[in-house]
Design a binder for this molecule. Structure first.
Ligand code: CUA
Length: 393
């Protein structure tokens, strides 16, 4: 198996940009920060619990687990659900948009309702266990009872009623999220899924970019989603739910970001070899930063260097466009202002000259199955191209 060079890391990797190999960074991270042992603890318990469960049934049934004996195991099992790790970049529990908040509110309501049901059911169970437990002097089989119409109707109707009440906020939210955007004048963006990268078009602004989406905070963004090849799924967990990108048809989705920051996304529909590497970043900018970005995208500076010519004659321009230059290819990502992007290869690795050179030298080693061909560029051309692309800003 080919190993990805140490300097080509995903932006989420803890060693990002620190010049320290990832493995040693991870080791330091797990040993010095509070997430360390506590976050690993539940994993270890999972293993122990599974080993115990997978032991031959015979051995288990000969033992008589008492409440006291099984209590530590139960508590350990419960602990596997706990983690004090910092929130994941892909957490849906800390939404930063109206869409994410609406979904979390439904989950929150359902959680407390089901928690209440759980308590009632467990209390009834405990009552039955205590009230009807075996006592000294009991002998033989207890009275056998068959049929209790009221009870049977009851335990059919109550779950149906519970499902009905769960359906009300769920369906209401689904309709709300599939309805028109709340803002009558949203920012329109067309998202096109490609194997394995994201194209973002801003039709009203005349901007096309890839893999790094810029949107303003506080204004609704309205996405029109489609695909150039197979089915993909747009998913930025902190901004909202998943929505498919289907070839030949359009889906829509909206969200109003409530916080500035960089939020991570991932294709959520198996779409081929590098599905897992089809990542993206959403930059929620304040109004001034967003306007500055728009202005720079509409008036890109294209340096007149050796790299420009190399880009045009090496085959790059057949697939890639750079606004303000003769390169107008449409198959691959638009590279306008490439030097300003923070990542390469659909947000897979950090945008550094070394990573860019490695990507140009052998795309397949960075992103398996990458559609970008290996153009057999010599070191001089790679050097020219890296300087040219990093200079586009
Ligand atoms: Cu695109 Cu998975």
């Amino acid at each position: 198996m080919r190993r990805r060079p140490e300097n080509q890391r995903h932006p989420l990797d803890p060693g990002r940009g620190r010049g320290v190999p990832f493995d040693s960074r991870l080791r330091r991270l797990t040993s010095t920060r509070r997430i360390g042992t506590l976050a690993l603890f539940p994993r270890a318990i999972h293993v122990v619990v599974w080993i115990r469960l997978l032991r031959p049934l015979e051995t288990v049934s000969r033992e008589r687990p008492t409440l006291v004996k099984s209590l530590p195991g139960t508590l350990l099992l419960l602990a596997t659900g706990c983690s004090v790790a910092e929130p994941s970049a892909y957490s849906t529990l800390q939404p930063v948009s109206d869409y994410g908040r609406l979904v979390l509110d439904v989950y929150g309501d359902l959680f407390w309702w089901t928690a209440g049901i759980f308590v009632v059911v467990e209390l009834l169970l405990l009552y039955a266990l205590v009230r009807y437990r075996g006592r000294d002097g009991d002998s033989g089989v207890p009275d056998q009872v068959h049929g209790f119409t009221a009870l049977e109707i009851g335990w059919t109707l109550i779950p149906a009623a519970i499902l009905f009440f769960i359906a009300i906020p769920t369906v209401r939210t689904i309709f709300q999220l599939h309805g028109p955007p709340p803002d009558p004048d949203p920012l329109e963006i067309t998202v096109v899924g490609h194997q394995w990268w994201w194209e973002f078009q801003y039709p009203e602004l005349g901007i096309v970019t890839a893999n790094e989406l810029h949107v303003p905070v506080g204004r609704t963004t309205h996405l029109t989603l489609t695909s150039a090849d197979v089915i993909h799924s747009f998913w930025v967990p902190r901004l909202g739910g998943k929505r498919d990108l289907n070839p030949g048809s359009e889906n829509r989705m909206w969200f109003t970001p409530t916080e500035t920051g960089v939020f991570y996304g991932q294709c959520a529909e198996l779409c081929g070899t590098s599905h897992a590497n089809m990542r993206m970043q959403v930059f929620v900018d304040d109004t001034a930063a967003f306007e500055e970005w728009v202005a720079s995208m509409r008036q890109p500076a294209v340096p007149d260097s050796a790299g420009t010519m190399t880009f045009l004659i090496s085959g790059c321009a057949a697939c890639h466009a750079i606004d303000g230059s003769p390169a107008q290819g449409k198959v691959g990502p638009n590279l306008t202002n490439m030097g300003r992007r923070t990542t390469l290869a659909s947000a897979l690795i950090e945008n550094t000259p070394e990573n860019m050179a490695g990507w140009l030298r052998n795309p397949d080693s960075v992103k398996p199955g990458a559609m970008m061909p290996d153009l057999n560029l010599d070191d001089q051309r790679i050097d020219d191209l890296v300087r040219f692309l990093e200079g586009l800003r």
